[in-house]
Design a protein around this ligand. Sequence first.
Ligand code: HEC
Length: 296
Amino acid sequence: MHVIILIAFTDGYRTSITSLGENVLHNAPSLINSVYLKKYDWANTNANNFYQQIKRPLYGNHPIELGLDKHIGNLEKDFAKDSLYINLFKQAFPNDDSLFTKEQIEIALVEYEKTLISTESSFDKKAMNANARNGFKLFASKKLNCISCHLPPYFTFATQTNNTDSIYANIGLYNVDGKNEYPQNDEGLSRITHQKSDNGKFKIPSLRNVMLTAPYMHDGSIATIEEVIDMYANGGRSINYGNYKGDGRLHQNKNKLITGFTLSVKEKQDLIEFLTSLTDSSIFYKQSFQNPFNKN
Ligand code: HEC
């Protein structure tokens, strides 16, 4: 039996599992508000819109995710057997000669993704409590500087500009053997640009609904929000044993804004309260966000 839990349109796994039961490289980012992004994917600058992005999960073979490259013929046949899909595709594409083409499947998925918009958090409704307001002040302060990368309204630069220097950053998570490198199988932007100065750079994720999207970072390597804050307070992460041993705080590409800071217990709680105010729980109740195959 498959149990599917929707956690703000991501999967809750450290890294996602493919149709063949293998792990992909990355932690799945939430799809919510992704229509506003100018770059998709953690470290691939070539995914600039939904249509470019969707190719990899659907047809990609490195790694295989849904594996439709080899099986699209079967998918077409499977849809064609299902009266529900026949009706829906006819309604959606009334002027097309053939149904269930790759193009139609992509259009349908992209149009759906565009509807996943959430702007009803207490932050949006200007309904933050005093602790959360104090947390926001800290978030925006010179001391913490979170806002310089996670800027409102979507709390990421990736909705603001196409400039890769602003969208991707190395926050000092790894420095394997002190060689200024992230783990070789997942080194970040440098995989595409072949520039050493891009090693360890990953896309700045949105922080909307962040309390629902653990575990964190491109590889899901931080389990809780408390640990994320501790990591920033330490100015990065030092790993003392195992394959990835090394002090990420000293990686030469670490962004200048990641300098470390000290927070009192109350301030840390307030910062978490602010991050909690970015949760929009209306997504759990909106009819159009529900699984259409779950009968109430
Ligand atoms: C230099 C830009 C920069 C600054 C400053 C910054 N962040 Fe980030 N943040 C990032 C990037 C880039 C990632 C993803 C890194 C990765 O996965 O390798 C990230 C990831 C996160 C995540 C994980 C989100 C997820 O869905 O996985 C949280 C939470 C977060 N940051 C909160 C903060 C807070 C709180 C501050 C201030 C203390 C802060 N950030 C400061 C760039 C920044």
